[in-house]
Ligand binder design. Sequence first.
Ligand SMILES: C[S@@+](CC[C@H](N)C(=O)[O-])C[C@H]1O[C@@H](n2cnc3c(N)ncnc32)[C@H](O)[C@@H]1O
Length: 311
Amino acid sequence: MGPGRVVTAIEPGRGHRLEMCVKNRYFIISVVNDGIAGAIMTLDARARSEPKSTLQKMTIHDAWSRQYRSGENDAFYALAFDYIASVLGDPNSASVLDAGCGSGTKAFELVKRGYLVTALDFSDSILERARADAAALGFDGRVQFSQGDLTALALPTGGVQRCVCWGVLMHVPDIGRAVSELSRVLGPGGVLIVSEGNLRSVQAATLRWIKRALGRERAEVIPTEAGIEFWEETSTGRLMTRQADIPWLVREFRRHGLELVQRRAGQFSEIYVILPWRPLRRLVHLLNNLWFRFPRLAGPAYGNLLVFRKP
Ligand SMILES: C[S@@+](CC[C@H](N)C(=O)[O-])C[C@H]1O[C@@H](n2cnc3c(N)ncnc32)[C@H](O)[C@@H]1O
């Protein structure tokens, strides 16, 4: 068996998993409850840290901008941040932490609603772009950018009262460490809003099934207790994207002292990123906006918004 190969995929939540790191190699053994299927894989410890260097380069950030920056998406984010502002409460002199800010689009949504923002990311290149955009928008006095790693935050324990972490944990291999750090820096009464992709959504389950049936999965697929990790080889290095096991994530934050206050739908689907036809993409955006406003059910939706509070 070669390194990093999954023998048989399993559905997380239905089995057990053992992960060992011996001499800089991870050995992961997963067994489902009924014993019908199992997965054994090894992954080089260096490969697990590679996404960090991939995210230092602009290539992947530019690709995300092409996929996610559109008039329709901006309209959705405006809707989502009206909701987020209603959860965060009135702006005051304490800044909101945007943990994993990327190009700063979510930080700018907060600034537009009157908040002061501290926007943090570990990628210098994207921070440089975000700083330039903030200056061009005249927001530079309202948002401060800072370089930092979610798995080792250089912030005092309990020093943050409000935090937004949108689409970030899905790219952090050591998600347990990031959950622990976010929980540590949040002070009593503090609020954390997390946006992640839901493993059990209609989109995720259908696309996994189609790709498996057609043998079209290009990524290395690794089931873990936190969700399903997709390790892709991009032109500038490896990138990991996780479809989250939301109940696991909620339990993990609870283990670190945070209570779930609300779980609601974000975007029902992000399938617009691969649809070639504009009218079809518009239809998906229409569904996303309607789903966000009315049923709001998180279970079938791909985007999930989780609101946590520290008692
Ligand atoms: C998909 S982007 C999302 C950016 C932004 N939150 C948004 O929604 O537009 C993920 C961002 O998380 C950052 N990131 C990933 N792992 C991180 C870590 N451990 N510490 C800090 N930033 C991280 C990446 O550099 C990237 O900018």
